[in-house]
Design a protein around this ligand. Structure first.
Ligand SMILES: [Zn+2]
Length: 417
């Protein structure tokens, strides 16, 4: 296979594996100060807020050129509180945060570049970090070092090193965060550098190159989450994708489309017998299991262009899902824990060429799963196989939406057997 074929094949595979969007890390850039807050004022009269914004806008372009998704806390001369900056950043669900500042010192001799980050090895009692940031020290420090190395290399500034710091924007967020002090406005030669448009561009390019050398943690929103190991194992096996590349959204409800996609990867729906192998006893309108010919796939809310359209076609051939009386299939609707258990047990049996368990034990432990519940046989069968757990020893919550984290844990337990 020649190089060109490999590239083409890789692109096809990426399209298949990441159907929802192309992968790009998302960065929040934060030009320090603004509006009524000028920041430091240079020996040459330069206002820090203006230098920060200009370097940040250049940095934004450099990162866009490198394929990043970039958002800014401010794009003009507006005042924003520190809390507003962090709140905006958290709402953005980005991968990391970079604040751009220029330094000042009462003496005029201090000069050079430094990068601040929150370091959990040096906690400050009066300025506690967010719970998320406490776990992020290695990632913030790695980003800080790469940006500093690249910045001083590009701009020719003095290397003043990394600075563990409890500054607000570096300690209160939920993603790896750094604050770059590009140079000293209080120093004559540094201030001259900051006044030079070509140097600002070199600084921005240097910071962008440092960012390019940095790899954020896989699934930024899973750090410290109970499901992280299971999700990463499943990602390694190609079963699980992120959302927009580098987030997993573990606490969000799993949708019907996402569930079917996972089941297709686990059980290869195409390989299962097309005939209906089992008549269950599902109540409710969502999941039918009567042995009828597979219906033609035409749901008004599932156009052929929908990313999960192909997997719904496979599922409908297996009579796995039926539509609603109003002609919809509701691909984005949440799926409950009981529904997942029922369908998983059925697919498990069909892939093994056996019949699913149809009887529930009389006193099986979950007070909210009586033997008469339609999903009880599947829930108890999966529990006895060690594939599914209750919330407690006595409660299963069959009507509760299954989260994406729970789905990963379920599949992990099954595939680890
Ligand atoms: Zn500043």
């Amino acid at each position: 296979m020649n190089f060109r074929s490999i590239i083409l094949l890789s692109m096809v595979l990426l399209t298949v594996l990441f159907p929802q969007s192309a992968f790009a890390y998302k960065v929040v850039l934060d030009p320090g100060h603004g509006g009524k807050d000028s920041g430091a004022v240079g020996v040459n009269g330069l206002k820090e807020k203006d230098v920060n914004l200009d370097i940040t806008l250049k940095l934004k372009q450099a990162l866009l050129d490198r394929g990043y998704e970039v958002v800014l806390t401010r794009t003009d001369d507006t005042f924003l509180s520190l809390a507003e900056r962090v709140q905006y950043t958290t709402e953005q669900k980005a991968d990391f945060f970079v604040s751009i500042h220029a330094n000042a010192n009462p003496g005029s001799s201090a000069k050079g570049s430094m990068v601040l980050y929150y370091d959990n090895a040096y906690p400050q009692e009066d300025y506690p970090a967010s719970a998320a940031m406490e776990k992020l020290t290695p990632y913030s420090k790695d980003l800080a070092q790469k940006v500093l190395d690249s910045l001083v290399g590009a701009a020719g500034t003095k290397d003043l090193g990394l600075v563990p710091s409890a500054v607000y924007v570096a300690r209160m967020g939920e993603i790896p965060s750094i604050l770059v002090e590009t140079a000293f406005l209080s120093n004559k030669s540094d201030a001259a550098l900051l006044a030079d448009d070509a140097v600002r561009l070199r600084m921005a390019t240097g910071i962008a190159d440092g960012i390019s050398a940095y790899a954020p943690p896989v699934f930024t929103d899973l750090l410290g989450h109970w499901s992280r190991d299971a999700v990463l194992r499943m990602k390694g096996k190609g079963v699980i994708d992120g959302i927009g590349g580098n987030r997993y959204e573990p606490n969000r409800a799993l949708t019907r489309a996402e569930f079917l996609t996972l089941m297709d990867r686990v059980f290869k729906l195409d390989s299962l017998p097309a005939s209906c192998a089992y008549s269950g006893s599902v109540t409710g309108s969502v999941y039918g299991s009567a042995c009828q010919p597979a219906p033609a796939l035409s749901f008004k809310d599932l156009p052929a262009t929908h990313w999960a359209s192909a997997v719904f076609t496979k599922a409908s051939k297996l009579n796995l899902l039926q539509g609603y009386p109003d002609g919809t299939i509701r691909p984005n609707q949440a799926i409950t824990r009981g529904e997942v258990a029922y369908l998983f047990e059925r697919l498990l049996a069909e892939s093994a060429g056996t019949k699913p368990t149809v009887a529930a034990p009389k006193n099986a432990g979950f007070t909210d799963v009586p033997a008469t519940l339609w999903s009880a046989p599947a829930i108890y069968a999966l529990k006895s196989k060690g594939i599914i757990n209750g919330y407690t020893d006595t409660e299963f919550y069959p009507d509760q939406r299954m989260t994406r984290a729970e789905a990963a844990a379920l599949i992990d337990r099954y595939m680890s057997k």
